[in-house]
Design a protein around this ligand. Structure first.
Ligand SMILES: [Zn+2]
Length: 142
């Protein structure tokens, strides 16, 4: 608990609650269109592809690929221990869906574009409702 980095936590609402709490079951879930299967993130009440309103949460593998990243050496505000990696990852099931996240459990120098990563979750207890923030770690190679 004590060494969790400072983060600005999201406000939960009916649309984004699934995304921020599915980590409780160790799952990465996005709002998905039931008509065309498109994953909608950030969550919206309507599918941008076919304007369907039949949306439901769908679990994905949690696997992703690093699209770009930067190594942060300077504390701009209270945050994780330095240096840390801020990355944009593309979700395997839908590479156009990109998440800005942190890459953990490896040396920052090891992170590279094209690196395969998987979602893990940082549990943030909260008085109102706990939040599980998706962050990513390298997929071990055999
Ligand atoms: Zn759709």
């Amino acid at each position: 608990m004590t060494d969790l980095p400072f983060r600005i936590l999201p406000q939960l609402d009916d649309l984004n609650r699934t995304f921020w709490t599915s980590g409780k079951e160790g799952k990465l879930r996005f709002l998905s269109c039931e008509e065309c299967g498109y994953l909608i993130h950030p969550p919206a009440p309507i599918c941008p592809r076919d304007l369907s309103k039949k949306l439901a949460p769908r679990a994905v593998s949690g696997n992703a690929t690093v699209a770009t990243f930067s190594i942060n050496h300077q504390a701009w505000m209270p945050g994780p221990e330095l240096p840390y990696v801020v990355a944009i990852v593309e979700i395997d099931e839908q590479p156009s869906l990109r998440l800005t996240t942190n890459i953990v459990h490896c040396e920052p120098q090891e992170v590279h574009i094209g690196m395969k990563v998987r979602a893990i979750f940082e549990h943030r207890p909260d008085d109102e409702e706990d939040i599980w923030i998706p962050i990513f770690e390298p997929i071990p190679t055999a």
